[in-house]
Ligand binder design. Structure first.
Ligand code: DC
Length: 231
């Protein structure tokens, strides 16, 4: 059976990774969470004192980029690949509101994007991949056979992210999460390099009023139609 490339883009907390993992598991494809890679670089910048709420030393981060090695290792118990920074598992460390508050600034740096896009293209070169992010259908794999663009209202997305953070035991308030969602939407879609835009040939999925099952079935149908077309 021919393998295809599935590109899933959209605003933050639209449930891209949830459905991407489900589809990858169903098809036996590799799932790549590109947001985790931008979060990993952000975590590195935080650990090394290059970024804080008042200051971002872009030159220092760019200078140290060659020393940042990001990898993924499949965790059988979890059913997806966790992200590693220079050999250390940082899957939990990168999902905090603090990392979320800096990540869009880091993702706007062209040198960072160049490094990560190159790695993403290598990871997907043999197809059979489901990759989610902001620029997968426009920049990383403009030739992807199936492109989806996920949307949901800012309030729906903030509520989902808030519940995730509370379930992990983080102390956050809903307003702070909503503000972060809105701020990231703005920075991600107005940055100069590879802004978040819908690819012309991407299919819109608004999941504000869909259950996870409905969403999975709708997307699986699109995937199957695309695979049939390519056989
Ligand atoms: O999907 P996420 O929320 O984990 O992504 C974190 C940030 O990384 C997001 O605010 C924008 C950036 N990002 C990006 O610029 N390009 C990608 N392909 C993926 C994420």
């Amino acid at each position: 059976m021919n393998k295809i490339t599935i590109a899933i883009d959209g605003f933050s907390s639209t449930g891209k990774s949830t459905v991407a993992k489900q589809i990858a598991k169903h098809l036996g494809y590799v799932y790549v969470d590109t947001g985790a890679m931008y979060r990993a670089v952000t975590f590195y910048a935080m650990q090394n004192g290059f970024i804080n709420p008042d200051d971002f030393n872009v030159e220092a981060l760019v200078y140290h980029l060659p020393q940042i090695e990001i990898s993924f290792k499949f965790n059988d118990a979890l059913g997806f690949a966790e992200v590693y920074l220079n050999g250390k598992n940082i899957e939990k460390d990168i999902r905090t509101l603090e990392v979320s508050s800096f990540v869009s600034k880091v993702a706007a740096i062209s040198e960072v994007r160049h490094k990560l896009v190159e790695q993403q293209q290598r990871m997907g070169k043999d197809k059979g991949v489901v990759m989610d992010g902001r620029d997968i259908g426009t920049v990383v794999f403009p030739e992807a056979e199936l492109k989806l663009f996920m949307t949901a209202s800012a309030e729906t997305r903030a509520e989902r992210r808030y519940q995730e953070l509370i379930e992990r035991g983080d102390k956050v308030d809903y307003e702070a999460v909503l503000n972060n969602v809105k701020e990231r939407d703005h920075i991600d879609s107005t940055r100069k390099d590879s802004p978040l835009v819908k690819a012309k040939d991407a299919i819109d999925i608004d999941n504000s009023n869909m259950t996870l099952d409905e969403q999975f079935n709708k997307i699986l149908q699109l995937v199957n139609m695309t695979i049939e077309d390519y056989e």
